[in-house]
Design a protein around this ligand. Structure first.
Ligand SMILES: [Zn+2]
Length: 336
């Protein structure tokens, strides 16, 4: 039995559009929305976000807030506060500053992000918080260049390891980077739990453990005491990989989740799907459920139509996703 089926929803500010979108999501068979809140929208669109949360609840949908941008997530999502406070920024070993990325070891950045999360939770009353691919930025010339070697990191490294932070990617540096990401995640997820015991913490980490983004293993997930759901997003169609690669990372995520006594969530891509490959959407959803995923999620609503990341034929892609969801929820009979 699948516990949850979520769709990423950016939302908009016009109530009558929101109502129609949420009705469509609910009728399609989704049981939650993963509501994106970008830093530039907060608190400017707080009223619209609250409207979305309330209407979604009226329709029986759960709402998980995706803290999007705010300096700690995938590159490309802009931050306003981080570049205004250059001392919060990640710095690579060549001394270059990354102005939209806050360093997880900077105490003032940590404080600021926790305050924003508190505001969102207090004002919106969601069902949980979705931590979307938290990571260090990977410089273009990775692995010669890596982050972070800002003053806060150098101080923390010296205190922990007893010597000056090296300039190369040594074993200690790799360990320190991973500890930095998970240390901050532990603090963030604990903060959410303290705000409301019923709130769920969902963590999505990218597949593969190359260390590009500071993550070399999923073992530290086992130590996150306030985590409820562990998630990954093996986007095999977009990244032009074989289906076996998707299967491998789904199995690994389910394995870690079981070991940690967490629910597992698998993201199936609904972006950049080439025309005529829509059947691979169904294939991914069905396989993830067969392998034992507790939850399925997809990025994003209506196949991201209108964006650069749109599926080539968004209408067909969206319809295919809905059919697959109805199938796994038992709303329509299982296809052979
Ligand atoms: Zn740093």
């Amino acid at each position: 039995m699948v516990w949850d089926i979520s769709v990423a929803y950016y939302g908009c500010q016009y109530p009558n559009h929101i109502e129609g979108d949420l009705k469509e999501i609910s009728e399609a068979g989704f049981t939650s929305i993963t509501l994106c809140i970008n830093e530039r929208e907060w608190p400017r669109l707080a009223k619209a976000k609250k409207f979305i949360v309330d209407r979604a609840h009226d329709l029986g949908l759960r709402v998980f807030i995706d803290v999007h941008g705010f300096g700690f997530f995938v590159p490309g999502h802009f931050s306003i506060a981080v570049p205004r406070n250059p001392e919060w920024c990640e710095v690579d070993n060549k001394g270059r500053i990354y102005p939209i990325r806050g360093c997880p070891n900077n105490p003032n950045y940590r404080k600021w992000l926790k305050e924003r999360v508190r505001e969102m939770v207090d004002r919106l009353k969601p069902d949980g918080v979705f931590w979307d691919e938290p990571s260090f930025i990977a410089p273009r010339d990775w692995p010669e260049a890596w982050t972070c070697r800002c003053p806060a990191c150098r101080k923390a490294f010296r205190e922990e390891y007893g010597y000056e932070m090296p300039n190369t990617l040594t074993r200690d540096i790799r360990e320190f980077r991973q500890k930095s990401v998970f240390g901050f995640l532990d603090e963030l997820t604990s903060e959410v739990r303290e705000l409301d015991e019923g709130l769920l913490n969902i963590l999505c980490l990218m597949p593969e453990h190359t260390g590009r983004h500071g993550i070399y293993s999923w073992d530290p997930v086992l130590k996150l005491k306030n985590l409820d759901v562990f998630s990954t997003d093996p986007y095999w169609i977009w990244s032009n990989r074989p289906f076996d690669w998707f299967v491998e990372w789904v199995k690994r995520a389910i394995g870690v989740s079981k070991k940690a006594n967490l629910k597992s969530q698998i993201w199936v891509e609904l972006i950049r799907i080439p025309r005529k490959r829509e059947s691979d959407i169904r294939r991914s959803v069905i396989k993830a459920v067969e392998l034992g995923a507790d939850a399925i999620a997809t990025w994003s609503f209506r196949a991201e139509e209108g964006s650069e990341l749109s599926c080539e034929d968004p209408e067909t892609a969206w319809k295919t996703m809905i059919e697959a969801i109805k199938e796994v929820r038992g709303i329509v009979p299982k296809r052979k």
